[in-house]
Design a protein around this ligand. Structure first.
Ligand SMILES: NC(=O)c1ccc[n+]([C@@H]2O[C@H](COP(=O)([O-])OP(=O)(O)OC[C@H]3O[C@@H](n4cnc5c(N)ncnc54)[C@H](OP(=O)(O)O)[C@@H]3O)[C@@H](O)[C@H]2O)c1
Length: 276
């Protein structure tokens, strides 16, 4: 029987590119998204089926998993991809914006894993792949809340893999650098607080510098390839950088003392900013 991958957030960017990449290689794909009725491209593939799934709704997660297993006979790989970034200085973020960031990137991912685990455990097989980020290992200014969510996923997955190994369930994190998707566009949530102007000069420059990285970044296929590598790798390897930029950044972070690495980040991201 052909293998099946269930993907969250398959309506655009990395999720959609991965759905197509796997479908073209003969896998069945349960492409889940918040609004499947809008999807026009994935419906053209006979081995892709759409399911409604909002990671903040446990009901929709349970239903999508059950329906995907029914439709394809099995699910072998879960790809936790749904997510977005809140951008702006921390002081400008509201409590609701911080909660929403964690509801999607952390609790949504945990709820999806919790929902599929009984099935994987009973089968004594399954692979859980999380799209984290180089931002789950290193940090940049104006992304503190997003980084907190991705660092949470990195730590969670690293702990989880121990207890799932006896059941032949693999946990894998994909760590992309900047990738050109809607992440830097319609998916972004901007933090802004009326009357808070002290950060303006700093924020304008650092946000522009990180947006530039997004604009010049490779497309999502580079991440789809890394997901493929992880999904077809029978080892218990946990982390897979996606793309050259991610590999270099993570390597440099590993070998440099934090002080030096931080200076490097400041040189790049704060370029053009003059503090008083
Ligand atoms: N692009 C990058 O530079 C980059 C780098 C590292 C990691 N990542 C990570 O890669 C993942 C995918 O992002 P992307 O770059 O492909 O951006 P994207 O094109 O904006 O895709 C984000 C996807 O997540 C979905 N989503 C958001 N909230 C959801 C929810 N509550 N339930 C279900 N789906 C939801 C969106 O669905 P809708 O269409 O309904 O909005 C969309 O399909 C994210 O986890 C992101 O943090 C991205």
């Amino acid at each position: 029987m052909n293998k099946t991958i269930l993907i969250t957030g398959a309506s655009s960017g990395i999720g959609k590119a991965t759905a197509i990449y796997f479908a073209q290689r003969g896998w069945n794909v349960a492409a889940t998204m918040r609004t499947p009725e809008r999807e026009q491209e994935l419906v053209k593939y006979p081995n892709i089926k759409l399911f409604r799934l909002d990671v903040t709704s446990e009901e929709s997660i349970a239903l999508a998993i059950t329906d995907a297993i029914k439709a394809f006979g099995q699910v072998d790989v879960l790809l936790n991809n749904a997510g977005y970034g809140g951008v702006g200085v921390f002081e400008a973020a509201t409590k609701e914006q911080i909660q929403q960031q964690f509801d999607t990137n952390v609790f949504g991912l945990m709820n999806t894993i919790r929902a599929i685990l009984p099935y994987f455990r009973e089968r004594r097989s399954g692979t859980i792949i999380n799209i984290t980020s180089v931002g789950g290992i290193i940090t940049f200014p104006t992304y503190s809340v997003y980084h907190a969510s991705k660092w949470a996923v990195e730590g969670f997955a690293e702990a989880l893999q121990f207890e799932l190994r006896p059941f032949n369930i693999r946990v894998k994190n994909i760590e992309p650098g900047a990738i050109k998707t809607d992440f830097y566009d319609r998916s972004q949530v901007l933090f802004a607080k009326e009357g808070l102007t002290d950060y303006n000069a700093y924020e304008t420059i650092t946000v522009a510098n990180t947006q530039e990285a997004g604009a010049n970044a490779p497309g999502p296929e580079v991440v789809a390839k890394a997901v493929w590598k992880a999904a077809t790798d029978s080892s218990y390897r946990l982390r897979y950088p996606a793309g050259v930029q991610a590999s270099i950044l993570l390597f440099v972070r590993r070998i440099l003392p934090f002080r030096l690495f931080r200076s490097m980040v400041r040189m790049v991201v704060e370029k053009g900013f003059k503090s008083n």
